[in-house]
Write a protein that binds this ligand. Structure first.
Ligand code: ATP
Ligand code: MG
Length: 422
């Protein structure tokens, strides 16, 4: 009884106000929606359930961006969904979701969440388990931002909006749904998501949504490191990565993700390198190409590694030892805040260790480089360095030419290099 009153009060203060937006106003072309997502909705409809495409995909389609993936919200429970789809698996514990697996795509389906009254929270107010289901309107209040709480009905081609999300989207403003202070307590990752989406859509953050970032940022320290790592990768692949990093830094959030960023962003050369490299990443993201986490982290941490390397080299004149100790010390500092998979660390180190070898172009070393599975990444890395004047452009061009040459031409190129060195 008491719970029911609280639930009603919460819904009252959250003010979900239903509006239907038709095609002429939202402008989504159904042909730009994944056929698999439409198929999943249709199958759920046929089985008597509601189903809508929701979240980032709708936000991105309205903005004319290509969605990364398509999520669906339904009133079917995870078990019911699993029963309907042959290739489906239930994932997650805190939030149980269903993945329906297609040839080249996974469609994520979530069941409408209920208001958080039955939810288990820790002493900081962070949501621990959340598997209570509710109505679409309740579900809309559980989403993070108004622009992420839009539901697309594929049958009617209408968008269902409870929180003026379309209005915010046109204004390009990020507004959290409900009380910012409570919503950040429930899940502090929302602080980072606010910054990310604002950069992604080149927009701003609404007054309260921003005000409580400064007040509550310390909550980020309670987020599991693996989740923080995932969020960092999302930041770096949001399509406007450099701007997003600058915002992260100006809101003093880098201490939870990339403690060395402050120092890096004090040097013009490092800023140039990060900007050039991240713009290149944005372009890849825009073209739907993959970007590996190890490459991204190798970029972000490189200015620090390079500085340490140069310091060490001045003292010991040994390239290898200098690079090992520089990369170890930078990674050690980074691991204090973020858990990074061993394989990613090893790939980052390989990219870094190969950098001095590109400069020397010694006969044997050149051939050895090519056999390294990380050669392409390390070569792409020197191209970015060359572009931002951090690496000799003529040497970078030499490598490009060398890669395009046949065996005989390669040998001649190496002969010339080795002659000039003598
Ligand atoms: P993108 O996939 O482009 O990063 P997205 O908005 O789709 O952006 P997802 O993490 O895929 O983000 O989540 C899908 C949707 O689930 C969001 O749009 C939002 O409605 C909801 N959501 C995700 N994370 C949270 C969260 N931490 N708190 C509340 N709602 C969330
Ligand atoms: Mg998504």
């Amino acid at each position: 009884m008491f719970n029911k009153i609280i639930k009603k009060l919460r819904m009252f203060f959250m003010k979900p106000k239903l509006s239907y937006i038709d095609k002429s106003k939202h402008g989504i072309n159904k042909l730009n929606i994944s056929e698999n997502a439409i198929k999943v909705c249709e199958t759920l409809h046929k089985n008597g359930f509601e189903a809508y495409i929701v979240g980032g995909a709708i936000r991105d389609l309205i903005l004319g961006l290509k969605p990364k993936d398509f999520d669906i919200a339904t009133n079917a429970t995870p078990e019911q969904i699993k029963y309907i789809f042959k290739r489906a698996r239930i994932i997650g514990r805190r939030f149980r979701l269903v993945h329906v697996i297609f040839h080249k795509e996974i469609i994520e389906i979530s069941t409408f969440r209920s208001s958080p009254i039955d939810i288990k929270q820790d002493k900081f107010g962070r949501i621990l388990t959340d598997n209570y289901f509710g109505s679409q309107s309740e579900d809309s209040t559980r989403r993070d931002f108004t622009i992420n709480s839009l539901y697309y009905d594929a049958r009617e081609e209408t968008v269902i909006d409870y929180h003026n999300g379309i209005y915010d989207l046109k204004k390009k403003q990020i507004n959290i749904i409900g009380e910012a202070s409570i919503r950040y307590k429930e899940d502090p990752v929302r602080i980072l998501r606010a910054i990310r989406f604002a950069s992604k859509i080149n927009g701003s953050i609404g007054h309260d949504t921003l005000k409580y970032i400064a007040r509550q940022k310390q909550l980020i320290a309670n987020i599991p490191q693996s989740r923080l790592f995932d969020e960092l990768i999302k930041i770096l692949t949001c399509g406007n990565a450099f701007k997003c990093l600058m915002e992260i830094k100006s809101n003093k959030l880098h201490i939870f993700l990339l403690p060395t960023l402050e120092e890096t962003l004090q040097k013009t050369d490092s800023i140039n390198f990060l900007k050039t490299s991240l713009e290149n990443t944005d372009q890849r993201v825009l073209n739907g190409k993959s970007v590996s986490p190890s490459f991204l982290l190798a970029i972000i941490l490189w200015p620090q590694v390079q500085e340490e390397y140069e310091k060490n080299y001045k003292k010991n004149k040994n390239v290898y030892i200098s690079m090992v100790s520089a990369s170890d010390s930078v990674i050690e500092d980074q691991l204090k805040v973020l858990a990074i998979h061993k394989r990613i660390i090893s790939d980052m180190k390989t990219i870094w260790f190969m950098q001095p070898k590109f400069e020397t172009r010694k006969n044997k070393a050149s051939f050895n480089l090519l056999q390294n599975p990380k050669f392409k990444a390390a070569y792409d890395f020197i191209l970015l360095r060359a572009k931002s004047n951090d690496f000799d452009k003529s040497i970078a061009q030499w490598w490009t030419k060398w890669l395009e040459s046949n065996e005989e031409e390669k040998e001649n190129m190496l002969k010339i290099i080795n002659k000039t060195k003598k």
